[in-house]
Design a protein around this ligand. Sequence first.
Ligand SMILES: *Cc1c(COP(=O)(O)O)cnc(C)c1O
Ligand code: SF4
Length: 452
Amino acid sequence: MQHATSPEGENSCDQPPPSSTLTVEQNPSTGVLSSVAARLPEVADWSDWRWQVRNRVRRVSQLKTLFPDLDIAGVAEATARFPMAITPYYASLIQRCDNTDPIFRMSVPQMEELIEPVCLSDDPLEEDADMPIPGLVHRYTDRALLIATTMCSMYCRHCTRKRVAGHRESGITPARLKQVTRYLTEHPEIHDVIVSGGDPFTLPTQALESILSAIRSVPTVDIIRVGTRTPVVMPMRITDELVTMLRRYHPVYVNTHFNHPAELTPAAVEACTRLADAGIPMGNQTVLLKGVNDDPVVMETLCRGLVRMRVRPYYMFQCDLVRGVEHFRTPLTRGIEIMEYLRGRLSGLAIPSFVVDAPHGGGKIPVSPNYIVSMSPTHTVLRNFEGMLVAYPEPGLHGRGGTVGRQASDESAPGVWELSSGNYSKIQPQNTVRHARRQRGIPEQRQGELTL
Ligand SMILES: *Cc1c(COP(=O)(O)O)cnc(C)c1O
Ligand code: SF4
């Protein structure tokens, strides 16, 4: 009885889900509004990940039973187009059965998935064109991404691989894995292999181990990364057995995919603690999603929560131009606005890089607010998060200024030109918290003399 994929290929996940009625009620073990299969004797297995996989919500009829008030217009069509699966655990995090609930929005199919503007396509990153072996994307010189399975425990409505995830649920075959290993051996420039999918943690531990050990057998591979949403949607999968296996293939990194503070549950914290305690550095890749996390304060709360869980915010992605995600897309300006808010306010450790994964397979391009205000041959004028302007002089300037023959036109009113020409070194806003703190002064301390 194996409900996740096997390396042999097709698995048994398409068996009919239990006909039981999942009901919404308070789950004493999680303390949140929970949907539990109360009428199943198996409900005692809530914390068994195989039970979670077996009891995924896969049909509109189950959804209707779970959420009687649900407006199912269009849901069936969307589900026919892009498969649905929601673990009971993830469904239990839903507080409101409508689109204003971020968990609902990320997991329950919507009619809007059928909107098809011309700019969207199934494979906007042109991954298929960068596969020397089916399933192995070799885009950047030194790293490659392996689609190890097409299965996920939950099918995110905003998934960037909607063309792949869940249409069949199968893992990489041993023959294919051999081809991949050969390719890695023949390409010693590849130092970093990202095991992705689908979600590799839906694989049985042994199947995942064969993949990791095959990759590890290539001496030129330095690090292995696993990209997974399991700690978010099925945290009980992060068992001692799994982490004991993972640590045999160190250095192993895990990149996870938390999008909203409501996902930072005690169970998710426990899963991340297990991974961190096994010496696995974790990064988080969040996707900017309209109505979910396109808000500076929500993003701040998420990032602060993640570092507390020893998960380093790594990327914040602009939504890809994938067919079926139009209703999640935000203007690029929203991401820049959020980055503007985070910088200076949060620990640098808690701030992700905002990236656009470029259409046509251009790869990830960092996008950020502008901090360079002006440049001259001698000085670069920068601004900080408060709006302070500073001049950074190039090396080799031995005078105060540097731009020969230039004079500030009016010394009492410096502007950007006076900074870039070296006549002034800063323009400081007077109404910041930091400025006020400095004005109050630090008692008994003089410039340049630090006495502790
Ligand atoms: C994102 C990605 C990587 C990894 O990129 P990093 O910036 O190193 O995280 C590698 N290959 C492909 C195809 C990717 O999409
Ligand atoms: S877990 Fe990842 S691959 Fe699977 S549906 Fe979600 S975003 Fe897509």
